[in-house]
Design a protein around this ligand. Structure first.
Ligand code: FAD
Length: 455
């Protein structure tokens, strides 16, 4: 059955995830009426699984966008600062490695459900945004500027006219699939041969945190790793990342005995803190990870944003942050074009594609850093050298991690400067074991020769 949806809106968004919800606020603040279709129930009203990753790391790019729309003060109570990586070795030894070297250089753990609920509240409070939950986009008729959306409860299909439609419907985007079907964009989709599983370290008997609260915990084990992020209820959400196949893999752990043995051997210090290990491991879904890159993010009156345009692996903690930066970039493009969408869409796309491709690469590289490089003393020496060079020449040298997490330096610039910086760090750390032995005068000369001043 088909019916015409009343109240045609100026802007239609598909997907009320983190990016679609924030995007709707930006647009409402520009005076647009916004209609958002979301296939899932509203997490504010119905208890549904938060989906991928219960909590996430929020960093400067995301914070910048949240400040632009004026919600950061309300977000703050949801945040737990994470000052650095707490590394857990096989023997249970701990080492805290700071992410930055200034007090404000921290990242924050935030609940996905808490943040998205707050953004939806804020969007509705504008009086210009209407969410339609349990409505799934099925098809787009681009020439007629019309899309078909199915009410998932009644199975009734609504035909909705749009002026401009934003696909914020995540990595498996149906909007992107509709554009792809017309061969109007080339999409590359690379599935990682590693997946993830979420486990829980609950609060202690006194309601206390059982691991150090203000850190992102990592158990790096070479080919695989587990991480843990704190939650406001004093629990930690643990995520085990492992190959799909092979000796140490999801495929290899078939029963509780094998699971116990695996944890006894590789994660002994934390095993006792996961009382529901067997249940969590076998009942929780195994999540797939991948990278999606699109050549074109818009076709006619339809544009992609967030994971729909550029899903990345989670190892730099930047997927949501990059999506929030998209929202700020689309807003800037609308501002620059006096809200002429036909001009704004290509401006937005041109400002983002190289940058999101760059963070996609860096996110993949960071997996190796987190699960393996952090075990190498040379890695820690290079980190120390990088901090010292930043202290000496802050206008020329900022460690790559800091450029990505604590600054708004475009991702592509962070990537290209990072390559040069890494060569300098290799040269300075070659044949050296301690920071005291490093020739920093040479280091300063190399930096000044090879790196342009930061813009
Ligand atoms: P989504 O969050 O996927 O939202 C898309 C929405 O669209 C969903 O609500 C979905 O139900 C809806 N939808 C889909 N199809 C349709 C349809 N046909 N019709 C209607 N609605 C539809 N990022 C960080 O910045 N920091 C982190 O620490 C971090 N950690 C992560 C850890 C893991 C394990 C994973 C998997 C990801 C992590 N990310 C992190 C990435 C982050 O989750 C994503 O980048 C972010 O969720 C993207 O938001 P989005 O709104 O674009 O997409």
């Amino acid at each position: 059955m088909t019916e015409t949806f009343e109240n045609p809106a100026h802007i239609t968004i598909i997907g009320a995830g983190l990016v679609g919800s924030l995007q709707s606020i930006y647009l409402a603040q520009r005076g647009y009426q916004v209609t958002v279709f979301e296939q899932l129930p509203d997490i504010r009203k119905e208890a549904i699984p938060a989906g991928r990753s219960i909590n996430l790391a929020l960093a400067n790019r995301g914070i910048h966008a949240l400040k632009e729309v004026g919600v950061m003060e309300q977000v703050k109570p949801l945040l737990i600062p994470m000052k650095g990586r707490m590394l857990h070795d096989e023997a249970g030894n701990l080492k805290l490695q700071s992410y930055g070297q200034k007090p404000e250089e921290v990242i924050y753990s935030v609940s996905r459900a808490g943040l998205v609920s707050l953004l939806r509240d804020k969007a509705e409070a504008t009086g210009l945004v209407t969410f339609h939950f349990k409505h799934e986009l099925k098809a787009i008729r681009f020439n007629r500027k019309r899309c078909d959306v199915e009410n998932t409860v009644t199975a009734v299909t609504i035909s909705h006219d749009f002026e401009y439609l934003i696909g914020a419907d995540g990595g498996g985007s149906q909007v992107r699939a509709c554009i792809e079907a017309l061969e109007e964009t080339e999409v590359s989709s690379e599935l990682l041969d590693h997946s993830y599983k979420e486990l829980t370290v609950p609060a202690g008997s006194e309601g206390d945190f059982q691991l150090y609260k203000e850190a992102l915990h990592i158990w790096p084990r070479g080919e695989y790793m587990m991480i843990g992020l704190p939650n406001p209820d004093a629990s930690f959400t643990m995520t085990l990342f492992m190959p799909n196949k092979g000796e140490a893999s999801f495929e290899a752990i078939k029963n509780p005995v094998q699971l116990e043995r695996f944890f006894d051997e590789h994660f002994a210090d934390v095993k006792a803190l996961i009382p529901d290990l067997t249940h969590d491991f076998f009942a929780n879904p195994t999540g797939y990870l991948g990278t999606i890159r699109c050549n074109d993010w818009h076709y006619k009156n339809v544009i992609l944003t967030g994971d729909a345009a550029h899903a990345i692996v989670p190892f730099h903690g930047q997927g949501m942050n990059a999506g929030f930066e998209d929202c700020a970039a689309l807003n800037a493009a609308l501002e620059a074009s006096d809200d002429n969408w036909d001009l704004a869409m290509p401006i937005f796309e041109a400002s983002r594609i190289n940058n999101t491709n760059a963070i996609a690469d860096m996110a993949l590289e960071n997996y190796v850093e987190m699960r393996s490089s952090v075990r190498d003393p040379k890695f820690h020496l290079k980190k120390k050298i990088a901090f010292e060079l930043e202290k000496r020449l802050p206008e020329f040298f900022i460690p790559r991690y800091s450029m990505v997490m604590f600054h708004l330096i475009p991702y592509a610039e962070a990537q290209s400067r990072g390559l040069i910086q890494n060569k300098i760090l290799d040269q300075l750390s070659n044949h050296v074991e301690h920071i005291e032995e490093v020739d920093f005068e040479r280091g300063e000369r190399l930096v000044m020769q090879k790196l342009p001043r930061l813009s």
